[in-house]
Design a protein around this ligand. Structure first.
Ligand SMILES: Nc1ncnc2c1ncn2[C@@H]1O[C@H](COP(=O)(O)OP(=O)(O)OP(=O)(O)O)[C@@H](O)[C@H]1O
Ligand SMILES: [Mg+2]
Length: 445
């Protein structure tokens, strides 16, 4: 439910005049909703959104001129706080994924009914529009503070590099957690601060991998997102591994995670945005869904480490994900494809060799972590250490390859950061780096 007297402004984009009329009527029953305009094409919708800056845009998908997905991309880029609700008769998964990647916050099936309409508008307003507006206000307020103050107070307000590395695969069990924990460890060089976030909200197992327990988890960080500008306070929410890595753990119960994923999916990214500049690297162990939660994480990422396995299904899925990223304007250098459980010289035809995978994906493989004896991994887990740190001999397989990968990521990302640090104040860095607080990702087209 919305708080008292908050007026939610709504723009409607649909090419069918009758649909606009009927939705306008449904909106008019609620005193806290204000219909600010209706557009008949995507292009007109983008123009009106930019002029009227509504809280909510209700957007049809199939329209002449510019379709709703394209229009949503423009709007989410220009107006990150605006909540876009997609409406379509096609409510299959593929459409929803596309809508989410285009920056939509919710999907309503057509014909639109009154109750879901009212609930959705309020929920998108409360969970997306309001927090994003507040955050933008805070950023612009702090941007006006002088540069000198920030450099004197180094670290306090967060002027580290803030690179977000999302470790992702559309498949389960491919080694996301193994790699995320290893990267977090491998990236922790001297003077470098790293945070590991377990965003697998239902089945997060970073805690189990690293033998960490904590009273406080990502749930607390989400609830108290407005207080995270104090690094010491945020520190009280993270667990510290004895190697020094800070970990923001997943919720204690799957039901809490499911609830968050459904009702506040963008909040994980919101938390990371608040704290990223307290760290040089934020490594995210992502879940495998191609949903709103992950799409907001992709949006804020500096790098997506896409894991694939040397099997035909895995490589095919990876190719599909790469195509989806490309359609949404992600540049190639944003994504690092890594083969895990790789086999150097496969002896049977079922396992494709690296060159074949590379050729099929039409892009270089940036890392190959060989398939190793499971005992090695299990013993690392039993001792609660990241695989990369499980043996003294760092030249041993797969420690060597894990180090090579983390060094490679370190070099590509930190080279850029050092330049940025000299040029910008921390607050200016944030919007400039990704070209926008929320919708920057889609600006690469
Ligand atoms: N290079 C490797 N060689 C051999 N086994 C591996 C390798 N990497 C990971 N594994 C094993 O694969 C299993 C899955 O690894 P992990 O839990 O990291 O995957 P995940 O992608 O996080 O899975 P989930 O989808 O359940 O979160 C583990 O049992 C781990 O021991
Ligand atoms: Mg996992």
């Amino acid at each position: 439910m919305s708080n008292d007297k908050e007026i939610i402004t709504i723009l409607l984009v649909d090419d069918v005049a009758e649909v606009r009329e009927s939705i306008k009527k449904m909106l008019s029953f609620e005193p806290d909703f204000k219909y600010v305009g209706g557009a008949g094409t995507g292009r007109e919708g983008v123009q009106m959104a930019k002029e009227l800056k509504p809280d909510i845009v209700m957007m049809d998908i199939n329209m002449p001129d510019m379709d709703g997905l394209e229009a949503a991309k423009h709007i989410s880029k220009a107006l990150p706080a605006t909540g876009i609700i997609m409406m379509s008769v096609q409510n299959d998964q593929d459409y929803m994924n596309r809508a989410m990647l285009a920056g939509a916050r919710f999907f309503l099936a057509k014909p639109v009914d009154m109750d879901p309409l009212h609930n959705t508008v309020r929920s998108v307003f409360q969970t997306h529009v309001k927090p994003t507006k507040q955050m933008l206000e805070r950023i612009s307020a702090s941007a006006s503070t002088s540069v000198i103050e920030y450099s004197e107070d180094e670290g306090k307000l967060g002027n580290r590099a803030g690179h977000v590395i999302v470790v992702y695969s559309p498949q389960g069990g491919v080694g996301k957690t193994m790699l995320a924990t290893s990267l977090a460890s491998g990236l922790m060089k001297e003077g470098i601060k790293t945070l590991l976030v377990d965003s697998d909200l239902e089945f997060g197992d970073v805690g189990a991998f690293l033998d960490l327990r904590s009273q406080r988890t990502i749930v607390d960080a989400i609830e108290e997102v407005a207080s995270l500008d104090d690094p010491d306070y945020f520190d009280s929410m993270v667990a510290t591994h004895n190697s020094g890595i800070k970990v923001l753990l997943a919720p204690p119960r799957a039901s809490i995670g499911m609830d968050l994923r459904q009702n506040q999916p963008h909040m994980v990214a919101e938390v990371i945005k608040q704290v990223r500049y307290f760290y040089d690297f934020v490594v995210v162990d992502a879940s495998r869904q191609l949903d709103m939660l992950n799409s907001t994480l992709f949006e804020i990422s500096s790098k997506i480490v896409l894991i694939t396995q040397p099997s035909l299904t895995s490589v095919k899925n990876t190719r599909m994900v790469l195509a989806l990223f490309e359609e949404n304007g992600f540049t190639q250098e944003r994504i690092a494809v890594v083969v895990n459980k790789g086999i150097e010289k496969p002896t049977n035809k079922i396992v494709p060799p690296i060159e074949k995978i590379q050729a099929y994906l039409k892009r270089p493989i940036e890392g190959m972590i060989p398939l190793v004896d499971d005992v090695l991994i299990l013993s690392a887990i039993n001792r609660g250490v990241p695989l990369i740190a499980s043996d003294r001999d760092q030249n041993k397989t797969p420690l060597k390859q894990l180090h090579q990968l983390s060094d490679h990521l370190y070099a590509t990302l930190m080279g850029e950061a050092t330049e940025q640090k000299i040029k910008n104040t921390p607050q200016q860095q944030q919007p400039q780096k990704r070209g926008g607080v929320l919708g920057g990702l889609f600006g690469n087209r």
